[in-house]
Design a protein around this ligand. Structure first.
Ligand code: SAM
Length: 354
């Protein structure tokens, strides 16, 4: 959800019970009644602190501490039973935007006071909340959507709580990066989450070039997926930068509006995805981008796959009936590498085969 600027409001009392305004429905394709009442759960696997009866709608005592609670990224049903019980059981919920969270709390009929904790007040708020935590408060931390601290406020409060010796408990759940990754079809054993790229075009391009320069080597690694968050109004520029650095064949998945009515995955090369988006009037919604950068040979030459340059040159020659020089020229164009670099790598491969 694009974030409105967060006003730093008057301090809110930590342990008293004022209620925020009812601000209507959470942005979701799910309307209606709260999730099912799933009765009493008596699992022995519940080791971590938290309510002992899950999903009952009742509040149960939980250990004092800071609970880092994931909330839905669109579909209101994407919240765990444990998260709901924790939200019901805490003294206060620290929110990135209290109005946004209030929609979720209204939906699940959770009547717990909220307090703001956002980018602009997190340090001051962390000091206050940690004082309350030290006195035995139970506080939940949530962001507008997904997992707190992941490209969202929260990590400074968590660090302050840890420094103060306070119990910190993760309550896992929705996250856009992982949701996109698992349905992308790209390698998921190794991946790097890189958050938002810089907004300014020069800095963004430099960052992408750095990522390309530091790419992984075929000698040492399995393919790795890079995951970025991106705003819809910057998507065309970002895709253009990705293409100009890694070439049109870069494998990419654009995941849009995950868990919502208009959820969409565009899978293909960066050139194909750009063509598809270019044909649309406007690109809307929330976007997670995943790319699978080409592997590099041990000598630093970028390869589209683990395929050897010798084989790729031979394939281009066979497919197009061109000589080796022309095939190298085409490969250089395709991979974004210089012809002489590719030629040197070709010679090295041949030497190794002897
Ligand atoms: N903390 C959140 C999480 O755990 O995913 C991310 C918060 S970050 C401020 C918001 C960005 O996450 C959006 O700009 C978008 O890039 C991505 N995002 C959030 N919800 C999404 C969704 N439903 N579909 C695709 N991307 C999403």
């Amino acid at each position: 959800m694009p974030d409105p600027p967060k006003p730093v409001g008057a301090p809110e009392p930590l342990l008293s019970l004022p209620k925020g305004p009812d601000s209507g429905t959470w942005e979701s394709n799910i309307e209606g009644a709260p999730g099912p009442d799933s009765g009493t759960w008596d699992s022995k696997s519940q080791g971590a602190p938290g309510p002992s009866h899950l999903g009952t709608g009742e509040t149960t005592p939980i250990a004092p501490g800071l609970y880092v609670v994931a909330t839905p990224i669109g579909n209101l049903n994407d919240i765990t039973l444990r998260a709901l019980d924790v939200l019901r059981s805490v003294d206060r919920i620290a929110c990135e935007d209290t109005r946004q969270t209030q929609k979720l709390l209204n939906h699940y009929r959770i009547d717990v006071p909220t307090i703001s904790c956002h980018e602009h007040n997190e340090d001051a708020r962390a000091r206050e909340l940690v004082e309350a935590l030290k006195c035995g408060a139970r506080i939940a931390l949530v962001s507008d959507a997904g997992t707190p601290a992941i490209s969202d406020p929260g990590s400074r409060l968590v660090a302050a709580a840890i420094d103060a010796g306070v119990l910190v408990v993760p309550i896992p759940g929705a996250n856009a990066a992982l949701s996109a990754l698992v349905a992308s079809g790209l390698p998921a054993t190794e991946f790097a989450f890189l958050g938002f790229l810089p907004e300014k075009s020069g800095a963004r391009r430099t960052r992408i070039e750095e990522l390309a320069a530091g790419g992984q080597s075929t000698a040492s690694a399995a393919p790795r997926t890079l995951i970025f968050y991106e705003a819809p109004h910057r998507i065309h520029e970002t895709l253009a930068d990705l293409e100009s650095v890694w070439g049109p064949e870069l494998k990419l998945v654009l995941a849009r509006e995950l868990t919502k009515v208009h959820e969409e995955f565009l899978r293909g090369t960066v050139a194909e995805v750009r063509r598809e988006l270019g044909a649309r009037d406007r690109v809307r919604g929330e976007i997670t981008l995943l790319v699978e950068p080409p592997l590099k040979s041990a000598q630093g030459v970028t390869l589209r796959s683990a395929e050897k340059i010798t084989d790729r040159v031979a394939r281009i020659q066979a497919e197009s009936g061109v000589d080796e020089k022309e095939a190298l020229k085409r490969l250089a164009r395709e991979s974004g590498q210089s012809k002489s670099e590719l030629y040197r790598e070709l010679q090295r491969e041949r030497a190794r085969r002897k």
